[in-house]
Design a protein around this ligand. Structure first.
Ligand code: NAX
Ligand code: K
Length: 479
């Protein structure tokens, strides 16, 4: 099952992997034609009713694969209103080869030709709201026709995610949908066929540029929409929490607070004036601080526990006690990971171990990334949380959904890059589910490292990554 948002991500990933949308459209159209050939009899008349988006584009392709039938293609609207280049190219191909095509300028000009099979390609996943004209009139005409109706991807007017129609919708006999079933098609009274259109599995497994679509922002957004992060860290170390907190800011969190031992508060504040640093008594996190942390965590959308805390027994006890009481979203990194296996928590955890830390937690690893992905998925299911296991191929899994990230380079084995990654995870986990947050964070962190190494070669500082994070997340994209 795939939602329209995820489908758009996977589609962009496929293009980045060398299978662009126009090729997918050729496969989609071919799949529709194959299906039509199965339901039609020799000599049947076929009416294709196409809209101006890519759903219509699929049907223009289908028409080319149905030469043995008498096919008439109606375009709802004017050809110059076709909204995508690839749909227009396929429309133009029909013109040049002198196929029977007609432009329907408005609903009064609509007359559905007598047909044995109607291909409904007015609207697919791009529908918003109730069908407008001439689509609404065309839907009624299709529903009144005595023909077998084959809908392309989704019956026009039906929302592929919810199955709901805001007004009249096409009542299809068959739906040929692409790549995977759509959540809304379960409610539709039609036989649904899923056609493989050649999207490589890697477009779903490997995090790619399409996954960054989750980062686009509503222009009406206001302060607080992008999350408040609380970093619980520091004591024996100051650089780790400072890197995490700054990374969370660079990754777009609205507010980042740091709770740390008072002895290191000034040092951490000194790295960046935008951080809000609050010290608690002493030099290490202790169980006596847990109530204070729980109070501070109330306002946070995500708490990052671990960077620079060290592994003193009292500190680990405090982490265990905190997690036992906390029931929000938390990213757990570094030494705090040791507390995870033996704590019973209602928190929604994203744990970010490297392979050694994974093994210390009780998990297993393997040199082969596919085997490792299965092992990580099983261990995540056992833990009841999400794991991001860092490696040349990072594996992110909650036991159900598993994604793999390939960005990054050997320059990133230097200390501190994991703290940066944990900070990006916390920013993203404050507004996205843990699998999305972990996979996008790993991808972005790796891209930032690749940009630094492209520029200067190896020998990077973890702090070099910070300025690259926004470019990796939003650079060159329509945000
Ligand atoms: N990977 C993918 O996502 C693939 C998608 N493909 C096809 O592309 C389709 C999605 O294409 P698009 O995103 O171009 O969207 P659609 O073709 O579904 O619809 C977009 C058009 O509909 C208009 N529109 C929106 N709501 C309307 C309403 N209520 N009444 C009248 N017009 C309305 C828009 O102005 C736009 O012109 C899929 O359903 C599928 O058929 C395939 O080509 C293969 C790959
Ligand atoms: K359709």
């Amino acid at each position: 099952m795939i939602t329209s948002d995820r489908m758009a991500q996977v589609d962009e990933n496929a293009a980045a992997l060398g299978a662009p949308r126009k090729q997918l459209m050729e496969s989609s159209g071919n799949a529709v034609a194959r299906f039509v050939r199965d339901v039609a009899r020799p000599g049947d008349r076929i009416a294709v009713v196409a809209g101006r988006g890519n759903n219509g584009g699929d049907a223009f392709v289908a028409a080319r694969f149905l030469d043995e039938f008498e096919v008439t293609t109606l375009l709802l609207g004017r050809a110059d209103a076709i909204s995508t280049d690839i749909a227009r190219e396929n429309w133009d191909a029909l013109q040049q080869a002198e196929y029977d095509t007609r432009e329907v300028r408005d609903s009064t000009a609509l007359s559905l030709p007598d047909a044995d099979v109607v291909v409904d390609a007015m609207l697919g996943t791009g529908v918003t709201g109730a069908l407008r004209e001439p689509e609404a009139t065309a839907a009624r005409a299709i529903n009144d026709a005595d023909a077998t109706v084959v809908a392309v991807d989704v019956p026009s007017g039906v929302d592929a995610d919810t199955g709901e129609a805001a007004g009249v919708a096409v009542e299809a006999d068959h739906v040929v949908t692409f790549h995977d079933a759509k959540p809304g098609l379960g409610d539709v009274d039609a036989a649904v066929t899923v056609a493989d259109i050649g999207i490589p599995e890697a477009a779903e497994t490997f995090v790619g540029p399409g996954d960054l679509r989750v980062l686009s922002r509503d222009p009406m957004a206001h302060k607080g929409d992008f999350g408040e992060v609380l970093v619980v860290g520091g004591g024996p170390y100051t650089g780790a929490p400072a890197l995490s907190a700054q990374a969370a800011m660079r990754a777009g969190a609205d507010l980042v607070r740091v709770a740390c031992p008072a002895s290191v508060a000034d040092t951490i504040q000194g790295y960046e004036e935008g951080l809000i640093v609050r010290g608690f008594g002493g030099e290490l996190l202790r169980p006596s601080h847990v109530d204070q942390l729980l109070d501070a965590a109330v306002d946070a959308d995500c708490v990052l526990v671990g960077p620079g805390l060290g592994r003193a027994e009292g500190t680990l006890s405090a982490v265990r006690e905190f997690l036992a009481e906390y029931d929000g979203r938390a990213v757990v990194d570094a030494d705090a990971l040791r507390a995870v296996p033996d704590v019973d928590t209602d928190a929604d955890l994203l744990c970010t171990p490297h392979q050694g830390e994974l093994v210390a937690m009780g998990g297993q690893t393997d040199d082969d990334w596919e085997t490792r992905a299965d092992l990580v998925a099983d261990f995540a299911a056992d833990l009841g949380g999400t794991l991001l296991v860092k490696s040349a191929y990072d594996v992110v899994s909650d036991g159900e959904t598993t994604r793999v990230n390939r960005t990054g380079n050997p320059g990133m084995t230097v200390g501190g890059t994991g703290d940066v990654l944990a900070g990006i995870c916390a920013a993203l986990a404050s507004t996205h589910d843990p699998v999305t947050a972990g996979s996008v964070a790993a991808y972005v962190n790796g891209l930032a490292g690749d940009a630094v190494v492209d520029e200067q070669g190896y020998g990077l500082f973890a702090s070099d990554l910070l300025a690259e994070i926004p470019h990796a997340m939003w650079g060159g994209r329509d945000v």
